[in-house]
Design a protein around this ligand. Structure first.
Ligand SMILES: [Zn+2]
Length: 317
């Protein structure tokens, strides 16, 4: 009988969202072995995660060594507790890490979802091969994470990388964080819809847009119409890219990371959004910094957070 080497170990990574949980069994090298998803209505996250972990353990003969969770919130590095989560308040009740460890019988690591996504892309996606990377995820909210020399840069309180809350319009609308005019208030998926609706109401040039035919359109619908040649939808995506690029220019000037990786649902608009982001970042940043920074789309899609969470669990054990 041969002893099992650490490389045979696997790790479960879970992305907890408001409406669902997505889990993957991940090898020590960052490859996905199996996936499970639970689209159940919001329930006790401990029950939900324990069930996904059990399903993934049944799916493979490999031994599971630890569980990593990526969630939309801030996790205190001192206590391991979730101290802020406006999207998923249930994770703030009690000591989630201890309860999950008890329910699964495995060591558990909790991490902010943007940080976990960054670790996933850095190890197994669009960040591979770079030394320093800035990661942005743009979806229902906007998150960011900094990796310097292969390590997450968490900052003094553990909450570095709050890219969505960079001020982009000092006279804009109030953000969930209390500030006025954060990037998130113009470029998150719900805010792209809000801006598009407002413009449809007041701008006669939008009257030809197909978006006016559908009352309940989403940011994905706007991207879809833009790809289909709808000029108004394309304009809204392009404007959004310019807002994001303005904020990226600040990051390029400040950190000069080798790579900036952009992920999240809004980036599914592809080149229609990536091109204005790069153009605006170039226009507004210091040239030597811009020229040494590659700005690219993420490649792991919905696997980024589960892979990153699993690898953070690997590194913690
Ligand atoms: Zn804010």
């Amino acid at each position: 009988m041969t002893a099992q080497s650490p490389n045979d170990q696997t790790y479960v990574g879970v992305e907890l969202c408001a409406g669902s949980a997505r889990a993957a069994l991940v090898s020590a090298g960052g490859e996905v072995v199996a996936r499970r998803e639970s689209a159940a209505p919001p329930e006790d996250p401990v029950v939900q995660v324990a069930r996904l972990v059990a399903e993934l353990r049944d799916a493979s003969s490999a031994q599971v060594a630890a569980v990593g969770i990526g969630l939309p919130g801030l996790v205190s590095p001192a206590t391991g507790r979730v101290i802020i989560s406006s999207d998923l308040p249930s994770v703030m009740r009690g000591d989630l890490r201890a309860e999950l460890a008890k329910a699964t019988g495995l060591p558990v690591t909790l991490e902010n979802d943007a940080n976990a996504g960054a670790v996933g892309e850095y190890a197994a996606g669009a960040g591979r091969g770079s030394r320093d990377m800035f990661y942005v995820t743009i979806g229902s909210g906007i998150g960011g994470a900094i990796i310097i020399g292969g390590k997450l840069w968490r900052g003094a309180s553990g909450f570095a990388g709050e890219f969505g809350h960079i001020t982009i319009d000092p006279e804009g609308v109030v953000c969930v964080c209390g500030n006025v005019g954060c990037l998130e208030t113009v470029a998150s998926a719900p805010n792209i819809v809000r801006r598009t609706r407002e413009r449809l109401m007041r701008d006669s040039t939008s009257s030809l847009s197909r978006l006016g035919l559908n009352k309940n359109f989403t940011a994905a619908d706007i991207a879809h119409e833009a790809r289909g040649g709808d000029d108004f939808a394309a304009l809204m995506i392009e404007r959004t890219g310019r807002y994001i690029g303005t904020a990226i220019a600040t990051v390029v000037n400040l950190l000069n990371t080798e790579r900036v990786v952009l992920g999240g649902g809004v980036m599914e608009a592809g080149q229609l959004i990536l091109e204005p982001i790069i153009r605006e970042a170039q226009r507004r940043s210091f040239q030597p910094n811009f020229e040494s920074t590659q700005i690219v789309a993420a490649t792991l899609g919905p696997d980024a957070v589960p892979i990153g969470a699993a690898l953070l669990a690997r590194d913690a054990t």
